[in-house]
Ligand binder design. Structure first.
Ligand SMILES: NC(=O)C1=CN([C@@H]2O[C@H](COP(=O)(O)OP(=O)(O)OC[C@H]3O[C@@H](n4cnc5c(N)ncnc54)[C@H](OP(=O)(O)O)[C@@H]3O)[C@@H](O)[C@H]2O)C=CC1
Ligand SMILES: O=C(O)[C@H](O)COP(=O)(O)O
Length: 496
């Protein structure tokens, strides 16, 4: 149960505490934020609304703790991360329960997210020891005009205080995807979890606390992003921001100072289907890719671009699979569960109504009960419809019929997003050429888009992000280079 057993100390009455200087605390603000259960649409949890003074204190302690942490041997950093990973997996049940109640993640998927997060932390520990355990050694005479009088030793050093801001749909996995790299690289970490998902995140933070990380090294600030967010992202004590979410990230990138930014934002991942594709494989991937977690994934299939000659056959197969999707509460492991907020459901409905007014073909009746929207495939979608371009982040998928591959590539590249895309064909040469032409961070050949496995590089182009994630790239991004040059009085060559 959430907030019980080892987690008792993170809650006071019915309000979860925030985490600062190695302790669970009540905010002096006296304000709390209600977390609404998307299924019941009633408040389920409460967290503190932290004050700016509390943020300042957290930043001060993070700065002090980071100096000591940077002097902690790599193997000791890794040891603590492995402990946190084990604790996360040990306590997967209460954390998964929070995901079910806060973000209506299907119960099975909720457990998978927590276990995946433990694996991510452990892999990060190992990768960090290897990656940061070596540097570069350069000699001066490799550059014209120089003798070998200089040795340059370079290493990767921490940035300082990393601010991590994950989104609601993976409040644990997309938090640890930032926390792990930051810590193994020698940084301290301030986490601002999403409101929907904050309690799952607080339970995750407690696993790091139980692992025995130094006081002040990890903090967790709760409160609405719209209220405390700017104070955090513009705080002079922040040396790096790693953000995942929507166009909020674009605004943050304009406000943040001269610091490294890692941004993973929205997507409109296109699925291009050629005439020779295996339509059973395509249909399975479109349904899994487009409707898992009710389409609330940045890497969800968000528009299908299918050759006209096979479109009827594909749509029929997709509809048959949609008909088998279960719709209901996350507690029952339903395939389709309520979307995260009423405002999200309203946004999705707006896109559906626009498509209806402009003549899209509804393959299923549009049905909504509260935040629960039944899966819907819209056929014969045209570029003048909003759903052709906007990201519903819901269980609604548009199909655009094309008569040439170039049309599909054009639509993909005309989007402001450039996260992932996928292409289905038996012709690997064509697949490579299409992949090369698609302006996205990743192209999946013969499978739906996906961020995982978590050690793969993951990046968005254009409005889909800044920089690259994936464990190795995240570790590197949370370091900077330090050079030490040894100057010799006269040239010296190893004589072999
Ligand atoms: N690329 C991806 O992986 C994802 C993309 N998205 C996109 O984002 C949209 C909304 O999802 P959501 O999670 O609400 O994304 P948001 O961008 O609204 O929120 C992401 C995170 O940013 C925080 N935040 C909000 N405002 C600020 C601010 N001014 N300064 C600092 N942090 C802030 C949020 O906190 P709080 O919750 O308290 O507002 C949350 O922790 C989706 O519809 C989708 O388009 C969403 C999830 C994942
Ligand atoms: O933010 C998201 O939606 C995730 O990056 C998607 O991750 P997944 O492809 O592993 O579900």
């Amino acid at each position: 149960m959430a907030g019980t057993g080892v987690f008792e100390e993170i809650i006071d009455g019915d309000v979860y505490k925030y985490y600062s200087e190695g302790e669970w605390k009540n905010s002096s603000s006296g304000k709390t934020v209600a977390i609404i259960n998307p299924t019941t649409r009633k408040p389920h949890f409460k967290v503190q609304a932290c004050s700016q003074e509390e943020v300042n204190k957290i930043m001060e302690s993070a700065k002090v703790a980071q100096k000591a942490w940077a002097r902690t041997p790599l193997w000791k950093r890794a040891e603590l991360l492995h402990k946190a990973a084990a604790l996360l997996k040990e306590h997967r049940a209460p954390i998964a329960e929070c995901l079910v109640k806060e973000i209506a993640k299907p119960a099975k998927d909720a457990v998978i997210e927590v276990v995946r997060s433990g694996d991510l932390i452990s892999y990060t520990a190992e990768e960090g020891v290897r990656l940061l355990g070596e540097g570069k050694f350069l000699v001066s005479d490799s550059f014209p005009g120089n003798e070998r009088t200089k040795y340059c030793l370079t290493s990767k050093i921490p940035l300082g205080v990393v601010l991590a801001i994950p989104p609601f749909n993976y409040p644990v996995n997309l938090a640890v995807s930032k926390i792990g790299p930051a810590l193994i690289a020698g940084n301290s970490l301030v986490l601002k979890p999403p409101t929907q998902g904050a309690v799952a995140a607080l339970h995750m933070v407690h696993c790091f606390h139980l692992a025995g990380f130094p006081k002040g090294l990890i903090s967790c600030v709760t409160g609405k992003g719209s209220e405390i967010g700017d104070f955090l992202t513009m705080h002079p004590g922040v040396n790096c921001i790693s953000f995942t979410g929507g166009d909020t990230g674009v605004a943050i990138s304009k406000k943040a100072g001269m610091i490294p930014l890692q941004m993973e934002l929205g997507g409109k991942d296109a699925c291009i289907v050629l005439e020779d594709a295996d339509l059973d494989l395509v249909a399975a991937n479109i349904v899994k890719g487009g409707f898992s977690y009710s389409g609330q994934r940045c890497t969800a299939v968000k528009v299908v671009l299918v050759m006209e000659s096979i479109a009827d056959a594909l749509v029929e197969k997709v509809n048959a699979k949609i008909a088998k999707l279960t719709v209901g509460p996350p507690e029952d492991d339903s395939d389709i569960t309520p979307v995260v907020t009423e405002s999200s459901a309203n946004f999705i409905e707006g896109l559906v109504m626009d498509a209806k007014e402009r003549g899209a073909t509804f393959c299923q009746e549009y049905k909504r009960e509260g935040n629960l929207i039944w899966p819907l495939l819209l056929d014969h979608v045209r570029p003048d419809m909003r759903i052709a371009w906007e990201e519903p982040f819901g269980p609604v998928l548009p199909v655009i019929r094309i008569n040439a591959i170039e049309e599909g590539i054009h639509h993909c590249n005309a989007s402001n997003f450039g996260l992932q895309g996928c292409v289905f064909t038996r012709d690997i040469v064509k697949a490579i050429m299409i992949s090369d032409a698609m302006e996205t961070g990743t192209v999946q050949i013969n499978s739906a888009p996906a961020r995982g496995p978590d050690h793969f590089p993951f990046q968005g182009l254009k409005d889909s992000g800044i920089g690259s994630q994936g464990i190795t790239n995240s570790i590197n991004m949370m370091t900077k280079i330090k050079s030490t040059v040894i100057n010799l009085p006269s040239p010296s060559y190893t004589m072999g």
